[in-house]
Design a protein around this ligand. Structure first.
Ligand SMILES: Nc1ncnc2c1ncn2[C@@H]1O[C@H](COP(=O)(O)OP(=O)(O)OP(=O)(O)O)[C@@H](O)[C@H]1O
Length: 290
């Protein structure tokens, strides 16, 4: 079964575009990344899934349940971490977490204690007195305390320092090993690379591509930098893209046969040559550029 199924989902805010015709399937047990620049439509997709806002057209299912009709049942089975956390309350952290646990009709005390220990969060502190990062930890625990089958995380690492980000990722890896599906949005490629099996790329409200991380890497993109002796020489090989040229220096991404490239290069006088593995950021860049 798919943990998430989105079909032709469209949402406008008045006349302005939120998301257009988004289709997506996330399989049970996957760690799925949802990546795109600011304003691409990640949060809109997630908020529509959670029925915080309503789509203009299309539909979505979570764990086989309809996102609009079955939203109460869905909320019992998923954990959600919003990108921005806001708490205004003079409760202490423990009471707030126990209060949210009541919604699930479960005793979550042990789990709250374990998670707060891993994240070094003092449960006796008043929620109002916490820094943003510590409030984010409260939200992380809130999303996990009832042992949900699916975690929906909207830019989850914002506000957590690098040590806590690592602990958080360790928690996610552990949960995933237990079978929990994880769907998380991010504009930070390295964290997607670290965590995900598959990734969907979203741009200007539309889905551009769904790809496995292995495939993206396996497409054998190479970053090529050539310093030519003669600035008028031309280098053109099928498979070149993101070409940047500055007098004698040429830089591009190459996904063709390396032998074809070497044959072309052998015809030119070259001062220097670098071949590198591009970062995912560089591989993705052409999806983001028009
Ligand atoms: N409440 C709103 N009213 C009007 N337009 C909105 C609203 N929320 C989002 N939008 C618009 O919808 C589009 C998608 O925004 P969304 O927040 O979903 O993107 P995002 O990918 O989550 O970006 P970010 O990383 O900046 O949160 C943007 O053009 C944004 O301006």
């Amino acid at each position: 079964m798919n943990a998430i199924e989105i079909e032709n989902l469209t949402k406008y805010y008045g006349k302005s575009r939120g998301i257009i015709d988004v289709n997506l399937e996330v399989k049970e047990g996957e760690v799925f990344g949802f990546i795109g620049p600011n304003g691409a439509g990640k949060s809109t997709t997630i908020r529509t899934l959670l029925a915080f806002i309503f789509p203009d057209s299309g539909n979505a299912k979570i764990l086989g349940m309809d996102c609009l009709k079955d939203q109460a049942r869905i909320k019992m089975n998923i954990g959600y971490l919003p990108s921005e956390v806001n708490y205004y309350d003079d409760m202490n952290v423990r009471d707030l977490l126990l209060y949210s646990a009541k919604f699930y009709r479960k005793d979550c005390t042990k789990r709250i204690n374990e998670l707060s220990e891993i994240l070094e969060l003092d449960l006796n502190k008043k929620i109002d007195s916490l820094s943003y990062g510590n409030k984010k930890k409260v939200a992380v625990i809130q999303s996990l305390l009832h042992e949900p089958k699916l975690l929906i995380l909207d830019e989850p690492t914002g506000g957590l320092d690098p040590l806590m980000q690592n602990r958080f990722f360790d928690i996610l890896k552990y949960e995933n090993k237990k079978g929990v599906t994880i769907f998380f949005s991010s504009h930070i490629l390295s964290e997607v690379q670290k965590m995900c099996n598959r990734v969907a790329i979203v741009k200007e409200g539309r889905m551009l591509k769904v790809e496995t991380i292995d495939r993206l890497r396996g497409e054998k993109h190479r970053k090529v930098m050539v310093e030519l002796k003669n600035k008028d020489d031309i280098l053109a090989v099928p498979g070149m893209r993101n070409l940047e040229r500055n007098d004698n220096n040429i830089q591009f991404l190459y996904s063709g046969d390396i032998n074809d490239l070497l044959k072309k290069l052998a015809l030119l006088e070259i001062d220097n040559l670098w071949l590198e593995e591009p970062s995912l950021e560089e591989i993705f860049m052409h999806y983001y550029e028009s």
